[in-house]
Design a binder for this molecule. Sequence first.
Ligand SMILES: [Zn+2]
Length: 132
Amino acid sequence: MHETDMTKALILTVKDWWESQPKNIQITQVHLIIGQFTCVEPASLQFAFEAQTQNTFLDGVKLVINETPLIAFCDSCQQEYHPEIGLHYACPTCHSPMEDIRSGRELKIDRIEYSSACDLGFSPNAEPLKAG
Ligand SMILES: [Zn+2]
């Protein structure tokens, strides 16, 4: 997996979302979920993200990476197990090859945190403040 290409795809996705927002918002943090079985190096991704977002609408935005462990499920034993990445992809009990991956291949945006760049008083679309 090339972190550089992945970062480009990530930025495009965030940009699409950002442009679809009705108001000018300032993105502050992008939270990602990355499975350990995706072979993505979080440090490389952080580096690529920082390099590629310089002088863009994402300049200075913090990338928060949450890794999920590799978890597989054995049909024969009806149990979950944690395969040893790079070493052993089989059930530790019956040694069936790993087929059913329950977690660890995620590669997605968890959530995007932002603050409104506009003062609410100047926004025609602002919702009225609720008392109480
Ligand atoms: Zn098994």
